[in-house]
Design a protein around this ligand. Structure first.
Ligand SMILES: Nc1nc2c(ncn2[C@@H]2O[C@H](COP(=O)(O)OP(=O)(O)O[C@H]3O[C@H](CO)[C@@H](O)[C@H](O)[C@@H]3O)[C@@H](O)[C@H]2O)c(=O)[nH]1
Ligand SMILES: [Mg+2]
Length: 270
């Protein structure tokens, strides 16, 4: 049996400059005295979309240096969410974590995120909206506004405090139950929270301070935002369609009853 209990999945596109600090800091944090998880129980999987920027060579070097990291290079698919799903499918660990490559999710929080998952806490959520943590001042105002708006629109779908977070973990047993995952766009955490029907009490929220990207550029474009709105519509239907059907049946019964009353009233005149 493999001694790997934890898998850290990193979607990456043109992130070569960030991979070495990311991997060395993750394993550095796990090697600290007091880390609740041993570095020997952890694998890191980078899911790269054919960046051809030296990422493969960097990961090869890191492996040679003894870090348990590998890279999957996809050549026929693109996109953050589908990259995460691919990484989760290839994970050996029963506890899986997703984090960005660009160091906006500080690697020093990885041990706590991994350890927060358990049979009763099926989902770990790195949240930026909690006491004692902050979002780096360098994060642009327009991104804050978009993030708040997106968060509000998702309120009826989940009680999680930061469903937009890209820093989250899920237990494999729960992930395997997910049906009809939407692998488009960026919001895979929200999709999993809704489609796996994860109640608030099964979410371990881990507050973290959100950094700014250290190298390269964000890939969040207008197209990604439109995809989010489409995804929301699908999730609302997924969550509330049964309620809508019950409501429609209720309206129908009310209509039939009202028609009967009218008919009785009308025929009563004869
Ligand atoms: N494989 C792959 N990876 C991708 C792709 N697009 C983005 N990524 C990777 O996904 C991570 C996040 O991408 P960014 O471009 O840095 O996104 P962001 O604008 O910083 O958004 C992040 O923060 C948001 C919260 O404000 C999150 O909602 C979002 O999911 C993401 O974590 C990075 O590691 C990036 O390389 C893609 O098409 N393919
Ligand atoms: Mg980023």
């Amino acid at each position: 049996m493999s001694g790997i209990h934890y898998s850290v999945v990193v979607p990456a596109f043109r992130e070569n400059g960030n991979l070495r600090p990311l991997v060395t800091r993750i394993f550095g944090a796990l090697s600290q005295a007091g880390s609740p998880v041993s570095p020997h129980e952890v694998e890191v999987i980078i899911v790269d979309d054919n960046s051809r920027d030296g990422s493969v060579e960097t990961v090869d070097d890191l492996r040679r240096e003894g870090y348990n990291v590998r890279i999957i290079v996809r050549t026929t698919e693109r996109g953050l969410s589908s990259a995460v799903v691919r990484g989760f499918r290839e994970s050996q660990g029963d506890n899986m974590l997703c984090m960005d490559a660009d160091l906006q999710h500080p690697p020093e929080y990885v041990p706590a995120m991994l350890a927060s998952m358990s049979p009763t806490k099926q989902f770990a959520l790195g949240t930026r909206y909690a006491k004692g943590v902050e979002i780096d001042e360098g994060w642009p105002l327009y991104r804050r506004v978009i993030s708040s708006g997106a968060r509000m629109l998702a309120l009826p779908l989940t009680s999680a405090s930061d469903p937009m977070s890209g820093f989250f973990g899920i237990r494999k047993e729960t992930f395997l139950k997910a049906r009809n995952l939407n692998s488009d766009g960026f919001k895979i955490a929200l999709d999993l929270l809704v489609k796996c029907n994860i109640p608030g009490k099964a979410i371990a929220e881990v507050p973290f301070s959100f950094g700014v990207r250290s190298e390269g550029e964000s890939k969040l474009t207008g197209k990604v935002m439109i995809r989010y709105l489409e995804q929301l519509a699908e999730l609302y239907w997924f969550r509330f369609s049964a309620l809508l059907v019950v409501f429609a049946i209720f309206l129908f019964i009310l209509f039939v009853w009202f028609a009967q009353v009218l008919l009785n009233w009308y025929t009563g005149f004869d």
